[in-house]
Design a binder for this molecule. Structure first.
Ligand SMILES: [Zn+2]
Length: 87
């Protein structure tokens, strides 16, 4: 039988920021969601990433999170690409 284009962790992480932004096409979204159901690891990454993005979008004064802490968090999550896509 043919195992058609199964999403793996790497692919998922690659498209994660687009997915969170709602910029991913519906087919890929479905693939990611299917993968997430069976993969604890990626669910954790997704949740962490979402929370990080919330932090980034929230006003800094309210958060009291120093810039360098956010930067380190992003580096750890490999979100440099995401940052670079910001206007
Ligand atoms: Zn995974």
């Amino acid at each position: 039988m043919t195992d058609h284009a199964h999403t793996n962790c790497e692919e998922l992480l690659f498209s994660l920021s687009a997915y969170i932004d709602g910029e991913l096409n519906p087919e890929l979204c479905q693939e990611l969601e299917k993968h997430l159901v069976g993969c604890d690891n990626c669910r954790v990454v997704l949740n962490t990433t979402k929370r990080t993005i919330d932090l980034v979008h929230a006003p800094i004064e309210k958060l009291d999170v120093p810039e360098d802490v956010r930067e380190r968090l992003f580096k750890r999550l490999n979100l440099d690409d995401y940052l670079n896509h910001q206007p």
